[in-house]
Design a protein. Structure first.
Length: 246
């Protein structure tokens, strides 16, 4: 009996959840709505094919940073035909790698980062750590790429949080408090809840939705399936909801 009282006392001391119960319900409904929308409106990028390896999917997420998906898609076949493994990137001369990456922009920086990541992976048979804490020690791995590794290699439900995902979540629920999306606890908690089920498809669905409907400029609110439950739309598309900072 005394043990049960102690447990209840500890539970009362726990800090309240960052995302409220009401917000969780909204996020669950958002996930279900986006997945249904995605079945008929989702984009067909090559890295989303079922047979694609975790090597290609992780590598693509590195390439996608600060680059349009269509631009990465255009070089996808050429890149992976030339470099089919982490080992092939690790052994590729930096100049040759840079030439392949030129269409993406920032190619020198990308080449250095990708080669460092590939060298680490090649030495470990393509295996990365399975915890966010251990991934911090891996070269060229920040929060976004770390989540991609945990999602695609280790099957963990992790959000690929960028300004596009942040925009949809904030507009439907409420704005975050911190400018940096990586460090806002509410936004991060909301994103994790959103992708609890069907994480890969949910990540892709919200990114597609942000790109085609819930756009930063000129969002298609009148055609939006979320219009009736969107805080951004209800408040007259107030500028505070439209912040796109990283």
């Amino acid at each position: 009996m005394k043990q049960k009282k102690n447990i209840r006392a500890l539970e009362r001391r726990k800090p309240p959840p960052v995302v409220s119960c009401g917000e969780r319900r909204k996020l669950t409904l958002l996930r279900e709505t986006l997945l249904e929308w995605y079945t008929t409106n989702g984009a067909t990028f090559p890295w989303r094919r079922p047979e694609v390896s975790d090597y290609e999917r992780i590598c693509v997420e590195v390439l996608l940073q600060r680059t349009r998906r269509e631009t990465v898609s255009a070089i996808y076949d050429k890149f992976f035909n030339r470099l089919p493994s982490w080992e092939s990137i690790a052994s590729c001369p930096e100049g040759d790698l840079g030439q392949l990456l030129k269409p993406l922009g920032l190619w020198r920086r990308r080449a250095v980062s990708l080669k460092a990541l590939a060298s680490y992976a090649a030495e470990r048979n393509g295996c990365f750590p399975a915890t966010a804490e251990d991934l911090k020690k891996v070269p060229a791995v920040g929060q976004y790429v770390g989540n991609a590794i945990l999602l695609f290699q280790h099957g963990q439900a992790r959000p690929l949080v960028d300004v596009n995902m942040a925009r949809v979540i904030e507009r439907v629920l409420r704005p975050r408090k911190l400018a940096d999306i990586r460090h806002d606890p509410w936004l991060q908690s909301a994103a994790h809840w959103l992708v609890k089920d069907h994480p890969a498809e949910t990540n892709w669905a919200i990114l597609d939705f942000a790109s085609t409907v819930c756009r930063s400029n000129k969002p298609k609110c009148s055609d939006c399936i979320l219009f009736r439950r969107c805080a951004f739309a209800k408040q007259g598309r107030s500028g505070v909801f439209a912040r796109d900072s990283s």
